[in-house]
Unconditional design. Structure first.
Length: 195
């Protein structure tokens, strides 16, 4: 990687981080949109089981988030510390957007990985906890629009709109729908169905 950085200048880390951030935004938008669709009546009981795709998008988004942060460690202009990239408000750079990105990143990773501890957490509690993924995703969108190097460019806004607007519409539609009570038997069936 050092040879690549020398050949293309120190910008390779900045470019890698920018690309990984955009990929993370697209993947997280797809994962959240799919998750919201699966949790509602939109695709439930119709068509193929989309849980594996949802999980794959989530894992890929977490990897892109990690690359987005780690690549910045090699950037000679920004030159952040590990604390700058992992603890909100440590670095006074484009605040509050950098802090929102850190909170969003940790939130998406923690909530995504909580899937693997859902039986220990309890399925009903995990479902409530997992709903906060949409909030972490929204914080990530705000981070991208507020801090991103390309945030004012037409191509970036177009890609962001294509990735974000459908998912945002699904989130708002889900929030607008009245909540229904789930019986104990219904919760048990849902627990068995989710794995």
């Amino acid at each position: 990687m050092a040879a690549l950085a020398a050949a293309s200048g120190s910008h390779v880390f900045w470019i890698t981080s920018r690309a990984a951030g955009l990929v993370a935004l697209i993947l997280a938008s797809g994962s959240v949109g799919l998750g919201v669709s699966m949790s509602g009546r939109l695709v439930k009981g119709r068509g193929p089981d989309l849980r594996v795709l949802h999980e794959a998008l989530s894992i890929a988004a977490m990897a892109a988030i990690a690359l987005h942060a780690v690549a910045l460690l090699g950037d000679s202009y920004f030159h952040p510390s590990i604390a700058d990239l992992t603890i909100p408000f440590v670095r006074d750079y484009k605040q509050p957007y950098m802090a929102l990105g850190i909170i969003a990143g940790w939130g998406l990773v923690a909530l995504g990985l909580s899937f693997y501890a859902r039986t220990r957490i309890g399925i009903a509690r995990w479902r409530v906890l997992h709903r906060f993924t949409a909030l972490a995703w929204i914080l990530g969108v705000v981070h991208a629009l507020g801090e991103g190097t390309d945030s004012g460019r037409a191509w970036f806004l177009a890609i962001t709109a294509i990735a974000v607007i459908p998912t945002l519409a699904l989130v708002f539609a889900r929030l607008a729908r009245p909540r229904r009570k789930v019986s104990a038997a219904g919760a048990a069936r849902a627990a068995r169905a989710s794995g």
